[in-house]
Design a protein around this ligand. Structure first.
Ligand SMILES: C[S@@+](CC[C@H](N)C(=O)[O-])C[C@H]1O[C@@H](n2cnc3c(N)ncnc32)[C@H](O)[C@@H]1O
Length: 216
């Protein structure tokens, strides 16, 4: 578990109520704009016949979209079990339960227990974990071809917002905190493992990088 807070801190914030809300929102409106950007970029690079590993995928909306677009199978890794009921409901609703394997563990620590995949996705996950290098290293080790990341851009409102949110969590007795890891360090960690960007988008709230493993 991360040294600053255990899985219970994650479960407090990402609880079953939050998971049900995510499920209702997705069934009503589909993916948010950042999730859509990630999915479209992966589809554009070729998703048919691939395997997908989504880390911190929550209810698993991104993998559902990739499976519908032609991916063969997906694995979802979550540090908490609070999404499992809503995720099961989603998979039953869209008829994809047979093609998704869901695991509950800390991917940065227990990554070796998980098989690699052609496409690895971490959407809004790196900002929830203290050891960015370990998480990105585990992701690059598992990604056969594509690695899709979204994380906070280096913008002043994110830095202030993250501090305020962390103070609010502390007041409420929740050990969770938000990490504004330097985007250049995130991309450097991926580059050092041989991944080069094929799409980079720096939005107001989220930065997206889709990277491809260089042929070497
Ligand atoms: C902000 S939520 C994003 C959920 C989903 N990707 C989305 O965008 O709706 C971050 C998620 O990452 C998960 N997470 C954080 N660190 C993790 C780790 N080391 N291993 C697995 N899951 C992790 C948390 O449990 C949480 O569900």
């Amino acid at each position: 578990m991360p040294t600053c807070c255990g899985a219970d801190a994650y479960a407090k914030l990402f609880d079953e109520k939050n998971a049900k809300k995510d499920l209702r929102r997705y069934l009503k409106s589909g993916l948010d704009a950042t999730g859509r950007r990630i999915v479209d970029a992966i589809i554009n690079r070729g998703v048919v016949g691939t395997t997908v590993l989504e880390v911190g995928g929550g209810i698993g909306a991104i993998q559902v979209e990739l499976l519908r677009a032609g991916a063969l199978r997906a694995t979802n890794v979550e540090i908490v079990d609070t999404y499992e009921s809503a995720a099961g409901h989603l998979l039953a609703t869209v008829g994809l339960a047979e093609r998704v394997d869901r695991k509950v563990l800390d991917f940065a620590e227990s990554g070796p227990e998980i098989a690699g995949a052609d496409v690895v996705v971490l959407h809004r996950v790196i900002c929830c974990y203290p050891d960015m290098e370990a998480l990105v290293r585990a992701a690059t080790t598992h990604a056969g071809r594509l690695l899709a990341l979204s994380f906070p851009p280096d913008r002043w409102w994110w830095r202030i917002g993250a501090r305020l949110a962390t103070a609010w969590f502390q007041i409420r007795g929740c050990g969770f905190r938000i990490y504004t890891h330097d985007p250049r360090r995130i991309l450097a960690a991926a580059a050092s493992a041989g991944f080069r960007p094929v799409l980079e988008h720096r939005g107001l709230t989220w930065q997206v990088a889709v990277l491809e493993r260089s042929a070497s």
